[in-house]
Design a protein around this ligand. Structure first.
Ligand code: NAD
Length: 249
């Protein structure tokens, strides 16, 4: 694993799950790390927490400016804040579509817009977006969520093309089912959470869920100079869900 000493990183949605694991990993490897989250009250030193809702452009600009001032610059942006949505196109009304796209797509646009002027000044600038296998897998009951992550994948490619000559690399990770508080909340809502978890694990080629630390490791690789020639890619971190084409057992 690379050494992040001297690098400065901002992780959105870094107070929980994948974002938290990523922020902690980057800090453990020497980075100075700022976390932008709706609720950063649980963020502990050496991480620095900044409260902002990614749907609020003014708040995002303020939080990014404060983080960059405190860190003394910015080398890495991890666009990770996101929310879920279940159902077919019939199951969510326009308000819900606007809400989810506002967080998952426009949220990423807002933080990127605020961060790019600072990233251009870095010798090791990298953006890593948390996408999902939902972007390309054709998952049932995930129309809205899949559309939002499809946009994240397209944005990753477009941003990579737009900023490659400015020395800013842009990649994304496509996690499968990751054992985070988000998935915990979904399981808790089931009639029999333990049985639901067992069924979910049985559907994974590996027989287990992906851990947040495993996604953090992939994000750290794409954020680090180790992947200096990699831009415009999506790295699957899904226990083989997409690549292996296994039949469900
Ligand atoms: P999580 O709910 O554990 O953490 C999400 C974090 O984002 C929270 O700290 C929350 O406060 C923050 N957040 C949510 N809305 C925000 C907003 N409007 N402004 C600022 N912060 C906000 O979820 P997680 O499972 O760690 O998911 C993180 C990312 O990973 C999301 O983009 C999600 O789509 C993606 N993802 C998760 C899974 C999974 O199975 N858990 C799979 C694929 C992709």
């Amino acid at each position: 694993m690379t050494d992040f000493t001297g690098l400065r990183a901002l992780v959105t949605g870094g107070a929980s799950g994948i974002g938290r694991a990523t922020a902690e990993l980057l800090a453990a490897r020497g980075a100075q790390v700022a976390v932008l989250d709706l609720d950063p009250s649980g963020v502990r030193k050496p991480l620095r927490g900044y409260a902002a809702d990614v749907t609020d452009d003014t708040a995002v600009r303020g939080a990014v400016a404060a983080a960059v001032a405190d860190l003394g610059g910015l080398d890495v942006l991890v666009n990770n804040a996101g929310i879920g949505a279940q159902g077919t196109v019939e199951d969510n009304d326009d308000d819900r579509w606007h809400t989810v796209l506002d967080v998952n797509v426009l949220g990423l646009v807002r933080t990127t817009r605020a961060a790019l002027p600072h990233l251009r000044s870095s010798a090791h600038a990298a953006i890593v977006n948390t996408c999902s296998i939902a972007a390309t897998a054709g998952l049932p009951q995930r129309a809205l969520y899949s559309a939002s992550k499809g946009a994240v994948l397209s944005l990753t490619l477009a941003m990579a093309a737009d900023h490659v000559r400015e020395g800013v690399r842009v990649n994304c990770v496509n996690p499968g089912t990751v054992d985070t508080p988000w998935v915990g909340r979904l399981l808790d809502a089931a009639d029999d959470p333990a049985a639901e978890r067992a069924a979910l694990e049985a559907r994974q080629p590996t027989g287990r869920l992906v851990s947040a630390d495993e996604v953090a490791g992939a994000i750290a690789y794409l954020a680090s100079p180790l992947s200096g020639a990699t831009t415009g890619t999506a790295l699957a971190v899904d226990g083989g869900m997409q690549g292996l084409r296994l039949r469900p057992v």
